[in-house]
Design a protein around this ligand. Structure first.
Ligand code: GLN
Length: 253
């Protein structure tokens, strides 16, 4: 069997790391290393091409409107087309908050500037109205994992002004149990199409939700070896971290 090496492409690592979303990269990297799976991290900045290796995972963190405007420009040409092609081919992409928003058709800033998205997800994001608050707080979301048919919960932290609305051709990542999610109205959180995932959950998301981290890793490795299995890890600490937040959040149910 070919020795797999996973390449994590960290898109706009320095610009889109508003709430420590770099922790998602660290979580994937460690969970591979603990299993002896070779893994490398490649930062992909402005004007730098995405260079898939054949065993890849692409991460896109959260950022402020100013950074999002720079990204929208950078993604408006061949780079965005490359990312769309990667998703259509089953590539594993995770976009968080600002990344989630820019994976849709458009993101409108509070100043009324409409930033073009990559068009991976059939969704758009509108600014909060003058009398609306930013959507901030801990979040508990119920996720039905299509790969296994199992229902899981994920926890995280959200802080966004944008309200995201899903179209017909995309599913939510999950349903909000506690918190706001995409728009604070329709009970949806995030987006999922093929192996592309969008979410508003910072935290960072993955360290406290190890099942999701492993699902992303597995989806990436199985594109090369569909029989690949991940050895289980001792997730005691991750479970304590999850329960600590879920317990606090559940108290708000
Ligand atoms: N600037 C976007 C908003 O406020 C996204 C913020 C973020 O990435 N946390 O909606």
């Amino acid at each position: 069997m070919r020795r797999l090496r996973l390449t994590i492409h960290h898109l706009y690592a320095d610009m889109m790391n508003l709430y420590g979303d770099r922790g998602n990269v660290i979580s994937i990297k460690k969970r591979c290393e603990w299993r002896g799976i070779p893994v490398q991290v490649v930062d992909v900045g402005l004007q730098e091409r995405i260079r898939p290796t054949g065993c890849d995972l692409f991460l896109f963190g959260g950022g402020q409107d100013r950074e999002q405007a720079l990204l929208a420009e950078d993604l408006s040409g061949s780079k965005g087309a490359d990312l769309r092609a990667i998703v259509e081919d089953g590539g594993v992409v995770l976009g968080v908050c600002g990344g989630h928003q820019l994976m849709g058709h458009s993101y409108e800033t509070p100043e009324g500037e409409e930033l073009p998205g990559v068009g991976i997800f059939d969704l758009h994001t509108e600014p909060r109205k003058a009398d609306e608050e930013r959507l901030i707080g801990n979040v508990l979301v119920r996720v039905l994992a299509p790969e296994t048919g199992e229902t899981h919960e994920i926890v995280g932290f959200e802080n966004h002004g944008g309200r995201t609305y899903l179209g017909e051709d995309v599913k939510p990542l999950g349903e909000v149990v506690v918190g706001y999610g995409n728009n604070g109205k329709d009970g949806t959180e995030g987006a999922r199409r093929l192996n592309a995932y969008g979410t508003y959950l910072h935290g960072s998301l993955l360290p406290k939700n190890p099942w999701l981290t492993d699902q992303l890793i597995l989806n990436a490795l199985r594109r090369v070896d569909e029989s690949f299995e991940l050895e289980p890890l001792d997730d005691t600490m991750e479970g304590i971290a999850f329960s600590s937040v879920a317990g606090r959040v559940a108290g708000r149910r």
